[in-house]
Design a protein around this ligand. Structure first.
Ligand code: UDP
Ligand code: MG
Length: 328
């Protein structure tokens, strides 16, 4: 077995991963609503909550600890500082023992009432069921616009199809959790990683509510970092942009050169000086961009290797497992 793949927790039917950053206003209501949904489902293997306190500066941790005293299904991790939402979810995935795992925001923007439907789809044979926002309430126009733009840009420059207008609210199977654990990359963009993993994926649509209480923990800085992580982890297009622009500029230089020669020798209508200057500036600019682009190509390959992703994920086979690889 892969050294990272040992299930650390006793298996349950469902693990609910909840990243927490300054959510004291929402934790009690969230817990009640989750129980209200999960208890009636009477999952034979039971369920667990995994709260990850991502360096909250309010009383979130105390609230979680109080819940854990009363309810043994409440498990928690307390980070030494704020490491960010994606890292918090990753830590939850590392600890989750569930046959299915649900990732949900703590602010009740993701309705827990959708979980039974998500699980139902999983039982139909899908490995990933994500929740797609049909509408979003109570968020600033700027946030909606930047999110919309980001998802469209990302979709247009990556090869894998990362679903637009979805957050991390979703239910995934054990298989997908194990595959995620085999992706040791440093800059996490979990929804992209899950798309990359493949298998049968589907979605359900929902209307995203307003944040129940408290304030968003996603500052523009954190959003920008998430966007950059997503783009750099799943696209080489920015790195290769220099090559493309290099060829365009060189092409223009060539056309200008032809035009200059034509005016110098055929029409004889020309200003001395500027054409040669223009041509050499454009030409040199183009050559430089191409050189930068070549470096970009190497860096793209370097970064692909540094990510240490598995080369492929197998869905089914009648071959025996290969012998374990020596650890690098
Ligand atoms: N969160 C986190 N660490 C952070 C920021 C946010 O764990 O640094 C959690 C937060 O508590 C919530 C989820 O990630 O459960 C989504 O964050 P938020 O609701 O602030 O994001 P938004 O919905 O505004 O995009
Ligand atoms: Mg939110």
């Amino acid at each position: 077995m892969h050294p990272l793949a040992s299930p650390p927790a006793p298996p349950v039917d469902l693990s609910v991963i909840i990243p927490i950053y300054n959510e004291e206003a929402n934790i009690p209501a969230l817990y009640e609503r989750l129980r209200g949904v999960l208890d009636p489902m009477q999952l034979p293997g039971g369920y667990e909550f995994i709260f990850i306190n991502d360096g909250s500066r309010d009383h979130s941790l105390v609230l979680i600890q109080t819940l854990a005293l009363r309810d043994p299904r409440v498990r928690y991790l307390d980070f030494s500082r704020n490491f960010g939402h994606q890292i918090a979810v990753t830590a939850g995935l590392d600890r989750a023992g569930g046959q299915a795992v649900c990732i949900i925001d703590a602010d009740l923007q993701d309705p827990p009432e959708l979980i039974p439907q998500l699980l139902e789809k999983l039982r139909e044979g899908y490995e990933v069921v994500y929740a797609k926002r049909r509408s979003r309430q109570g968020e600033s126009a700027a946030k909606k616009l930047t999110a919309k733009l980001f998802y469209r840009i990302l979709a247009s420059i990556t090869h894998i199809s990362i679903p637009v207008d979805t957050g991390d609210f979703r239910v995934i199977s054990r298989k997908v959790v194990e595959a995620l654990r085999r992706m040791p990359e440093q800059n996490k963009f979990i929804r992209g990683q899950i798309s990359w993993i493949g298998y049968r994926q589907t979605y359900l649509e929902y209307d995203r509510a307003e944040r129940a209480g408290g304030e968003t923990g996603y500052t523009y800085r954190k959003m920008f970092k998430l966007a950059l992580d997503g783009i750099t982890a799943f696209s080489d297009v920015p790195l290769k942009a220099a090559t493309v622009s290099g060829f365009i500029v060189s092409g223009i230089a060539f056309l200008v050169m032809l035009y200059t020669l034509y005016s110098r020798f055929v029409t004889k209508e020309y200003e001395p000086g500027w054409p040669s200057l223009m041509v050499s500036i454009l030409f040199l600019g183009g050559v430089q961009l191409i050189a930068v682009g070549i470096i970009g190509e190497y860096i793209a390959r370097l970064s692909a290797n540094v990510r240490q992703r598995p080369l492929y994920i197998v869905s089914d086979s009648n071959l025996p497992e290969p012998p374990a690889q020596p650890q690098r």
